[in-house]
Design a binder for this molecule. Structure first.
Ligand code: ADP
Ligand code: MG
Length: 581
């Protein structure tokens, strides 16, 4: 248009430019609208700007060095907060790295959403070889609770809402949300965009048990001579701490906590049968399971760990109806959310409740005290190099003095022995390898525990376990988190004493002897300690935790002290062929 034309023709009436939004902003707005304030992830194509913008919009975005650890962080954030933890990854390889954590979250019933960018649908579906081409939705589907893909910006609100509801309602679990690259740049009218967002009302609705189910459960419980309660991590997740304590104390029934349910009631509680676990399982006649599955961790409810077949009756509280009878008959299934079910049982017990026969309580108490007394001298040894017991004895005292610290724990011997030795005093303070017994959760869990709770974190790691996520010490230093890592360094997996029979290579289970993991922490500006006695260990961990800074204590453990596969050596098949002499 010439200048002249401009003068001759009056300018047409200019409409105000409509305000626009895009896919990036709608994802962020949808998460924020639902009270999600933190994203764990690793930046890259096509989600780099999503992370930047989320940070600019006030969300906390914690960038990791590897997606699996970001995913583990999101999963445990879900466990701690009952809100789905968000893990954000790039396409194909980043997605696959996050998928392990998503599958693990699903197995453990933690609410989590893995959001991955993906490549162009048209090219992926015709398999024409796009950048990081992969049909991510199809791959994720069998490994999580639900999987969704959003193709249009106007559907982001619904997509995020569906993901949240799927993750949190019923039995919680992992959800995959596939966001193709093109979606992020799609533009739409801002007001219409805002209206398309959905705030999820009551994402985990109460599910009240049927009165008949409660009456049946109480009948069975009343008939018991040697009743036992088993608290699982579902009970810890449910945040029904007061009701659970009231149920244990009103019923007078001893309880065994599964590992992540430790501290729901303090491990020193008079009704705790944790230290008499074997006797309690074997001799009980009625067992009330609260948010615990009869999987391998409870020997499937049968066999050597339990009484004669048929001698134990099971009552089970679970939100997932299909969990009932999964391994043995459940004589009184109570389907519903734990808070409602436990309250209903309490109400049903009323005033006239008869506590269990005193000889049963005595049996459990005597066994517990005997086991504790047997363990005590092992915990006090000051020998160098340290045994697992002596090092854990030191940490046990530290946790007793700092009951609000969060304990993250993984390894083989380091895990199995710490679970028994370190008493917990508050709910949801012990985070560990969970249902799969997975290695590599350590640093991801530690980061999220610090970020979500603001509490100090003590991370007790086998040297092998630490290796899976060790690079994340840089992440811990970068965000200046109050995490004290203790590496139980016994030069290898299970033990550090194996050799290659041919003499050629290191044995398959050993690491560089006398490694200095403390130097890894120093490399990024954190504080490293190298300790060889329980006294040194105590001093170092106390100093570390008082400082609130990232610290790593390399704790030298006797390379010969561990046992094969920790407490679960029976699961590790060994050749039946005898070596010729
Ligand atoms: P543990 O390993 O500690 O025994 P599991 O993970 O095996 O614990 O079991 C947890 C159980 O808790 C799962 O079966 C899950 O369905 C159930 N669960 C989780 N949250 C709730 C809840 N709010 N109400 C009822 N059951 C729940
Ligand atoms: Mg080791």
């Amino acid at each position: 248009m010439t200048a002249l034309a401009k003068i001759v023709h009056p300018a047409p009436e200019v409409e105000a430019e409509p305000e626009l939004t895009d896919g990036f902003h709608l994802v962020i707005d949808a998460l924020k609208l639902n009270g999600i304030e933190t994203i764990y992830g690793v930046p890259g194509i096509p989600i780099t700007d999503l992370g930047r913008m989320a940070q600019a919009e006030g969300m906390r975005v914690i960038s990791f060095r590897h997606e699996q650890h970001a995913g583990n962080a999101a999963a445990i954030a879900g466990f701690l907060t009952q809100k789905p933890g968000i893990c954000l990854t790039v396409s194909a390889p980043g997605f696959l790295n996050g998928l392990t954590a998503l599958a693990n979250a699903t197995t453990n019933c933690f609410p989590m959403i893995l959001i991955s960018g993906s490549s162009e649908r048209e090219i992926v579906d015709l398999q024409q070889g796009d950048y990081e081409e992969m049909d991510q939705l199809a791959i994720a589907k069998p490994l999580c609770k639900a999987a969704f893909r959003v193709l249009h910006a106007a559907d982001i609100g619904i997509g995020v809402a569906r993901a949240i509801r799927a993750a949190c309602s019923g039995r919680p679990g992992g959800v995959y949300l596939d966001l193709p690259a093109k979606l992020f740049a799609q533009v739409m009218d801002a007001e219409a965009g805002q209206k398309s967002l959905v705030k999820v009302i009551d994402p985990a609705p109460a599910q009240r048990p049927a009165p008949e189910a409660i009456a049946r459960a109480l009948e069975v419980l009343k008939s018991a001579k040697r009743p036992l309660i088993v608290l699982g991590k579902g009970a810890a997740y449910a945040q029904a701490d007061e009701a659970i304590r009231a149920l244990v104390e009103t019923s007078g029934i001893p309880y065994v906590p599964m590992s992540m349910a430790k501290g729901l009631l303090p491990d020193t509680h008079p009704l705790s049968a944790g230290a008499a676990r074997s006797t309690a399982l074997k001799d009980s006649d009625v067992v009330l399971l609260i948010g615990a599955r009869l999987n391998w961790l409870l020997s499937h409810g049968k066999g050597k760990s339990w009484g004669e077949p048929g001698s134990t009756k099971f009552i089970q509280i679970d939100i997932e109806p299909r969990e009932m009878d999964s391994n043995v008959e459940i004589v009184a299934p109570v389907v519903g959310d734990i808070a409602s079910c436990v309250q209903a049982l309490l109400d049903g017990m009323g005033k006239g409740w008869q506590q269990p026969p005193s000889d049963w309580i005595e049996t459990v108490k005597t066994k517990r005290e005997a086991n504790i007394a047997k363990m005590a001298p092992k915990l006090m040894s000051n020998a160098s190099p340290m045994t697992f017991h002596a090092a854990l004895g030191a940490l046990r005292t530290i946790v007793k003095e700092r009951p609000d610290a969060i304990l993250v724990n993984e390894g083989a011997n380091t895990l199995d022995l710490a679970r028994g030795i370190i008493d917990m005093y508050q709910p949801r303070k012990r985070l560990d390898v969970g249902t799969w017994g997975i290695m590599g959760i350590g640093m991801g869990f530690a980061v999220a525990a610090a970020v979500e709770t603001g509490k100090p974190v003590l991370c007790v790691e086998g040297d092998s376990a630490f290796g899976f996520s060790g690079m994340e010490v840089e992440t811990i230093c970068r965000y200046g988190l109050p995490v004290c890592i203790v590496v139980f360094n016994n030069n290898g997996i299970y033990r550090g004493t194996d050799t290659d029979p041919t003499g050629r290579d290191p044995a398959t289970t050993v690491f560089v002897p006398d490694s200095r993991y403390d130097k890894m922490m120093e490399a990024f500006g954190g504080v490293g300690y190298h300790v060889t006695t329980p006294d040194e260990l105590t001093r170092a961990v106390n100093e570390a935790m008082n400082s609130g800074r990232p610290c790593l204590v390399n704790a030298v453990i006797d390379p010969a002290a561990g046992s094969e596969s920790g407490n679960i050596g029976s699961l590790n098949p060994q050749s039946g062929i005898k070596k010729k002499k």
